[in-house]
Design a protein around this ligand. Structure first.
Ligand code: FAD
Length: 495
């Protein structure tokens, strides 16, 4: 695998005044990292391929988790995160998240985000699966992502130190002597900087049935790998239990877990309840999947008739627009791929295994989520680690020369066939047979997911193997890492 700046077919640098930081991606992680760096006096170039409304962050509904209630504490948040992660959470990363989420929440308020209050004017806290206490702050009911992103992007536009390259895709990372210090955009422009922060989002749209926007196919993971970075835990893909089925125009539309937190219930086709709706996501999603496979059915039914529609306005509005009234009818739902716990290996300051390259938000893998992300921890992760990486990146040296980048296409979008193969062979339950077939898929990330899932011969959290149904205690705390020059994973213990 070529290192940046040492690739055979390199593109010469185009003259651009260097920035301190290049941030790739304008979701929650990228916007917040940019604002943090600018606040510290740095000049930032923010590159974003897709419009705001097509980021996963904009679509976030439930909210962000932070220990803010008087009877809550970071220690309890940490314990819930560790329990949900099924023996694979990297404790140091989860500690950072639980400790720093309240401060980042305060930053968001200072930046102008208005979070919902209850009728007494106190902060309204939602309950979601796996949380032992009400801990999820939200804005505009279930319009949390939209509200936060609108505010942060308005703040970015106001900030003179941030230059935004909108509608520009980063097609390769650029470097000098094995160190990343710039990006090559699809218009041929190279931007140099002390460090590059990838905040390019997740990869759940590699699967055909997904809650994610189409751009979330893991381009950042492939850019990082091409630059020499390790990837990890790609077998852990969270399937959200309640995505809409069979409502035209709303296929895969997510119905937030917070609605179950408020009392919505799941029923089979005969109207019977069959699962504890407030278990962590992996358990609820698998219970639905097994029931549907056993009965050869397409959907179970979410009963939210007792829920106040004003609490979740955008969910209710979207369903009504599609001709379903959730106040009177149960909604057909089934699992859909939602969140990839794996990603670019990064430390507690977002540093990847390549000098000068950082990763934050959903594209990163700090080990924080282990084998199963606790609901609403990912927005918090964007802010906590986006903040840390922005500050750490400013300590990197000024580039030693003009960075160069490989000219080849590194991160193509997946074809329809790849997305269907991912759903069939790397879905809620996998086996060696399907995974071996997927190894030969032409999309580079599909083969890496298959290799990671094949290597983990156990079932744990979001990774269920029908041929290895038990959890192997020998693999507790063992992350599966794929080095940039390797096609298979090795198990590594992180501290
Ligand atoms: C429907 C839905 C609901 C959710 N609800 C919640 C919730 O309530 N709470 C919670 O904590 N989490 C939730 N999540 C998960 C959470 O929203 C995401 O994990 C998080 O927002 C990811 O943020 P990000 O900044 O890492 O990436 P994104 O928000 O996906 O942003 C990625 C950015 O990178 C850009 N990009 C990608 N590749 C390139 C490239 N090559 N060049 C230039 N730009 C590029 C994209 O255009 C985009 O701007 C939800 C997710 C979905 C899909």
């Amino acid at each position: 695998m070529a290192e940046p700046g040492r690739h055979p077919g390199t593109v010469p640098a185009v003259e651009e005044p260097p920035s301190d930081l290049v941030v790739v991606g304008a979701g929650a992680a990228g916007l917040f990292a940019s604002l943090t760096a600018a606040d510290a006096g740095a000049r930032v170039t923010l590159v974003s391929a897709r419009p705001l409304a097509e980021t996963a962050s904009y679509w976030a509904q439930g909210g962000l988790a932070a220990a803010l209630a008087v009877d809550d504490s970071p220690a309890q948040h940490l314990e819930d995160t560790i329990t949900a992660g099924r023996g694979l959470v990297r404790r140091s990363a989860a500690e950072v998240l639980a400790e720093e989420a309240p401060a980042r929440f305060a930053d968001l308020e200072a930046l102008g985000v208005r979070f919902d209050a209850d009728r007494h004017g106190n902060l309204a806290l939602g309950l979601e699966g796996g949380h032992g206490i009400r801990r999820v702050v939200h804005a505009g009911g279930s319009a949390t992502g939209r509200r936060i992103l609108r505010q942060l992007s308005a703040d970015v536009v106001e900030e003179q130190r941030i230059e935004v390259l909108e509608g520009r895709r980063v097609q390769a990372l650029a470097g000098v002597d094995g160190r990343v210090c710039g990006v090559l955009c699809d218009d041929g422009r190279t931007v140099a900087a002390r460090a590059v922060i990838l905040a390019s989002g997740g990869a759940a749209a590699l699967w055909s049935r997904t809650t994610n926007p189409p751009g979330s196919y893991g381009s950042g993971l492939l850019l990082a790998r091409a630059a020499g970075a390790d990837l990890a835990d790609l077998e852990f893909v969270q399937f959200h239990p309640t995505a809409v089925v069979g409502i035209p125009g709303r296929e895969g539309f997510l119905i937030t877990e917070a609605i179950r937190g408020e009392g919505a219930t799941l029923h089979d086709a005969d109207g019977e309840r069959f699962v504890d709706e407030l278990q962590p996501r992996d358990a609820v999603a698998r219970a639905i999947h097994r029931l549907l496979v056993e009965r050869d059915q397409r959907a179970v039914y979410l009963d939210m008739t007792a829920i106040d529609p004003a609490r979740f306005p955008n969910v209710v509005e979207a369903l009504r627009e599609a001709g379903h009234d959730p106040a009177t009818r149960r909604i057909p739902v089934s699992p859909a791929s939602h969140y990839v716990m794996g990603g670019i290996v990064s430390d507690l300051d977002g540093r990847s295994t390549v000098d000068g390259l950082y990763a934050v938000g959903e594209c990163a893998c700090t080990g924080l989520h282990g084998a199963n992300r606790l609901a609403s921890n990912s927005l918090s992760e964007c802010f906590v680690f986006g903040h840390r990486a922005a500050l750490a990146g400013l300590d990197e040296p000024v580039p030693a020369g003009a960075p160069a980048a490989p000219a080849a296409e590194i991160a193509p979008p997946p074809s329809r066939e790849t997305r269907h193969a991912m759903w069939r062979d790397a879905g809620l339950e996998r086996s060696a047979e399907g995974l071996r077939r997927l190894l030969d898929d032409p999309h580079p990330l599909a083969g890496l997911v298959a290799a990671s899932a094949l290597g983990r011969e156990e079932s744990r959290g979001a990774h269920a193997r029908s041929d290895f149904p038990a959890t192997d205690p020998e693999l507790d705390q063992r992350h599966s890492v794929i080095a940039a020059d390797a096609g298979t994973s090795r198990f590594v213990k992180w501290t």
